[in-house]
Design a protein around this ligand. Structure first.
Ligand code: GLC
Length: 546
């Protein structure tokens, strides 16, 4: 036989094998081929049987392709354009608070603080002692499970009020029931349209909460006070801050140089102390002229989770997650990097691997069939397990899920590789967004130089004395940035690389003092920041009355 004929026969044999494998897949997994609208099940690109290794290779290629430094810089620049435009007009993001004064660290007092997080509600008694020192005297935490998340509208506030009443009764029989209202600060891990230091209007909430149903546009403090009244409590909300702003305030109390904060837990966000004149006037709503006379900078809740749409590449699993989400396209960055979604992305990859590469012997445990049934804490655990046998990961999987046959070592290795790949991309995307915010800040704080002017080959001179002010120590809090193994370091490494490139563009990379970004822990920052928020509000009121 001639060589071309052999080639043709080989091709035909391959074709028959593929057709056979396709028919077999259709018979075994009919569900894969239902509903190709893209709304229901995600489309499987490769219906042919694959090995786990080749599948893992594909996952790795898709997730890591966008992460070259050059690409990240380009994405950072594009995200900066989105930031700039939202600073002028968006009602959903780049939201200026009323807080223009950062704490001095000398504020004192004992305050009740509430922290509504993505999965926990906490009520605490906090003492600010001056000298940048503060202490949590008492705290009560309640898990916000799925049933609580599904409480519609005001029912959620009634649930909160019950928990507040229970904590206050532990402090003292009459606590919160006296004739003078008890003052409270609130850290809220959702967007708010601030209407004063102590009030704000509810905006649509993500993270699977239904509490904004029917309450959008209502005053958040009033909603809480009304529900508390039903419990016989006499309270008032004296400060409302987004959790990212709380993180900034709490760290600034101990370190007055703090200008930016980051949350990465169930959700993600950045708050930044930003020049007022760089923000569109319409974004401030109706504020007294005296506020503008005083405020040179203001804490802005960037709602950074909402950026990156159309810029950060998505894989087919991201597309599926987004299209089946309660709010598609609402928080593109969040859907690819936070604790609420990392587990789900890994689960969607597993579903496909089970069906096409015989992961877990081709059988997906029942307990993993529901969306969001694979917790990010398992993803983190798998990644931390560096043993050859991965036996503790196997034990955890079997404890949390219903395997008929234990996962093989090959399955576990595949899974660990997928977890690493998904979290590595998350660290890269987060670093890109942070770098973008850093560039934006430098652009507005030091308008005489910018990376853009460097690109157009204009003479740029960043004086050495400016290096320190361009550097940012970012206050960080949230379960993923604090606890996910190696996450913060990976993000920090990306930031190092990105700032180096930017410094190079500005011709200042060689200086020992060259500007940097560093990620610093700010533990318990939401609850502490809510208390600092009240202290700052009280201090402002006092300076107003002078
Ligand atoms: C979400 C919320 C945002 C919050 C962040 C971190 O993205 O929209 O307001 O700050 O999560 O909790």
């Amino acid at each position: 036989m001639t060589a071309p004929l052999i080639k043709v026969l080989h091709k035909m044999q391959e074709l028959f094998q593929n057709v056979f494998a396709a028919l077999e897949t259709i018979l075994l997994f009919p569900s894969l081929f239902r509903n190709h609208s893209g709304k229901g099940r995600f489309q499987v690109a490769y219906w042919r049987r694959r090995t786990l290794d080749s599948f893992a290779d594909e996952v790795e290629t898709l997730f890591s392709a966008p992460l070259s430094t050059r690409n990240m810089l380009t994405m950072s620049e594009k995200i900066r354009e989105q930031f700039r435009s939202s600073l002028q007009s968006s009602p959903m993001s780049m939201l200026p608070s009323y807080t223009h004064m950062l704490p001095s660290g000398t504020e004192k007092g004992t305050f009740v603080a509430l922290d509504v997080g993505g999965s926990t509600f906490r009520v605490a008694l906090i003492e600010l002692r001056g000298n940048g020192k503060m202490e949590i005297l008492r705290v009560k935490s309640d898990c916000i499970d799925n049933n609580v998340k599904l409480l519609d509208g005001t029912l959620f506030f009634d649930w909160m009020a019950e928990k507040i009443a229970s904590m206050l009764s532990e402090v003292g029989e009459n606590c919160g029931r006296e004739s003078t209202p008890l003052s409270m600060g609130l850290s809220w891990s959702f967007p708010i349209e601030q209407t004063s230091v102590s009030s704000g209007l509810v905006i649509h909430m993500g993270k699977g909460f239904l509490c904004s149903n029917g309450t959008v546009g209502q005053e958040l403090g009033d909603l809480i006070v009304r529900s508390c009244r039903k419990q016989g409590l006499n309270v008032q909300v004296d400060a409302i801050v987004n959790d990212s702003s709380a993180t900034l305030l709490s760290r600034a109390y101990g370190d007055p140089k703090t200008r930016m904060s980051l949350i990465l837990g169930t959700g993600t966000n950045v708050a930044i102390h930003f020049p007022v004149h760089e923000i569109g006037l319409a974004k401030f709503g109706v504020r007294p002229q005296e506020w503008f006379d005083r405020a040179k900078h203001v804490i802005v809740n960037s709602e950074m989770s909402m950026f990156g749409g159309g810029i950060l590449p998505m894989t087919r699993w991201d597309e599926y997650l987004n299209s089946t989400h309660l709010r598609p396209d609402y928080q593109p960055l969040e859907y690819m990097i936070t604790g609420r979604y990392l587990g789900e992305i890994v689960r969607l990859i597993m579903v496909e691997a089970v069906e096409t590469a015989r992961l877990f012997g081709g059988e997906l445990p029942h307990s993993m069939r529901e969306p969001y049934s694979f917790d990010t804490s398992i993803v983190a655990f798998l990644e931390a397990d560096t043993s050859a046998s991965l036996s503790s990961s196997a034990a955890l999987l079997q404890k949390e899920h219903t395997f008929h046959v234990s996962p093989s070592v090959e399955d576990l290795r595949f899974l660990r590789r997928v977890c690493q790949t998904v979290s590595e991309r998350a660290a890269g995307y987060l670093a890109t967004a942070i770098h973008s915010m850093w560039c934006l800040r430098n652009e507005v704080e030091f308008p005489h130089t910018s990376t853009t002017s460097a690109k157009t080959n204009q003479q740029v001179t960043v004086v050495e004395s400016e290096d320190q002010s361009r550097s940012l120590s970012i206050a960080c809090d949230g379960s993923v940035i604090n606890k996910y193994p190696g996450f913060r370091d990976r993000c920090q490494n990306h930031l190092k690389q990105l700032t180096k490139e930017t410094n190079m563009l500005l011709g200042i990379e060689d200086r020992a003092t060259a500007p940097y970004i560093s990620l610093e822990f700010a533990p318990e920052s939401a609850i502490l920041g809510a208390a600092v928020g009240v202290a700052v509000a009280v201090a402002e009121k006092q300076s107003d009355s002078k």
